[in-house]
Ligand binder design. Structure first.
Ligand code: FES
Ligand SMILES: [Fe+2]
Length: 342
């Protein structure tokens, strides 16, 4: 295990941030959301991930597609937000596309002379697991994500998130480097001090961290009396998975909360929460969301304080507790390896 933390320049240096984009985020899998966002034929959602404009569509054959949201005529962005449409029409010169990505009409061009196949929307690789859609920008054929998800599936058996219902999305803009948020997430060490209420909900003594290739897991038992989650006699556990670099699954009885940590620049990030529930009463859902917001606000407060401290001339590098911070150390080794090996 690494005993020293990354030095503070890793949290504020523009060049390191650019390297992270290049060697980590443009090669890693990203969580886009759930297939529930496009339940009907013709539904689409436009997003930006890692600075790339993307669209998710459900076409007439009920197939899900992920494309770059860019017209192949002269590069205009095609869709915004979300909606339902029979076709995708470019607002610049009027080219139209099917929701499957095929070019349908090319205004200003001779149908006989233009190779329509060449101007289809550019697809992005995706993978669906338990209704969650992951995308990847590069063409490397590595199956690491599949392996990771298989392992997670085994650990959480018999849970299957395909039966869970999507509830809502919250986005938090946080004034810290994206790794500050991850570092904080990857240990339960701070819980008694930063989250007094959460500390009564979980059984802190049972809190454990386990590390695997490219992901890690924290889990603990819940105290059923004070838990805002569904009472579950057979499986009163919470799991916190981190798929490196930035996908989190927070699992409690009857609830999946996914988080993605999206860097904005070297000192700011967005954290996106999606909530899914199964067989949970409305009262418990509301309780869970209020409680999650409370915990998140405590984490935001502490992360922003850490970012300020990292900028200070009075700190450069710290150390890890072997007992409590192996998850953070593992994550930071992953980051430095990716950057150092290019
Ligand atoms: S850029 Fe889309 S039609 Fe011209
Ligand atoms: Fe926390």
């Amino acid at each position: 295990m690494n005993h020293n933390t990354l030095s503070s320049s890793w949290y504020q240096d523009k060049e390191i941030f650019a390297l992270e984009k290049k060697y980590i985020f443009s090669k890693s899998w990203h969580l886009l959301g759930s297939i529930n966002q496009v339940p009907n034929k013709g539904d689409y959602v436009a997003k930006t991930i890692n600075d790339q404009p993307i669209i998710l569509t459900r076409d007439n054959n009920n197939t899900l597609n992920t494309f770059y949201n860019v017209c192949q005529h002269r590069g205009c962005i095609l869709l915004e937000h979300e909606g339902n449409s029979k076709q995708i029409k470019c607002g610049y010169h009027g080219w139209t596309y099917e929701l499957s990505g095929d070019l349908r009409t090319a205004r200003g061009f001779d149908k006989e002379l233009l190779d329509f196949k060449k101007y289809q929307l550019k697809p992005i690789k995706h993978y669906i697991w338990m209704d969650q859609i992951f995308i990847k920008f590069d063409d490397d054929d590595d199956n690491d994500l599949k392996k990771i998800l298989k392992k997670i599936e085994k650990i959480i058996e018999p849970l299957n998130f395909s039966d869970y219902k999507y509830r809502k999305r919250d986005t938090y803009k946080i004034k810290c480097n994206w790794k500050v948020y991850l570092d904080n997430y990857l240990e339960g060490f701070h819980i008694p001090l930063v989250h007094p209420k959460l500390n009564t909900v979980i059984n802190y003594k049972s809190y454990k961290t386990e590390i695997f290739d490219d992901f890690s897991m924290q889990w603990c038992f819940l105290n059923p009396d004070s838990s805002p989650y569904k009472n579950s006699e057979d499986n009163n556990k919470a799991f916190y998975f981190t798929i490196y670099p930035n996908i989190l699954f927070n699992i409690a009885p009857g609830r999946l909360q996914t988080n993605t940590i999206e860097p904005i620049d070297e000192q700011n990030c967005n954290v996106i929460f999606d909530y899914y529930f199964k067989d949970v009463s409305e009262k418990k859902i509301k309780e869970d969301i209020v409680f999650s917001e409370e915990v998140q606000n405590e984490d935001i407060y502490i992360c922003e304080k850490v970012q300020k401290g990292l900028k200070s001339n009075g700190f450069n590098q710290g150390i890890f507790s072997e007992k409590y911070e192996i998850g953070v150390s593992h994550f930071q080794s992953y980051i430095s390896e990716k950057i150092n090996n290019g």
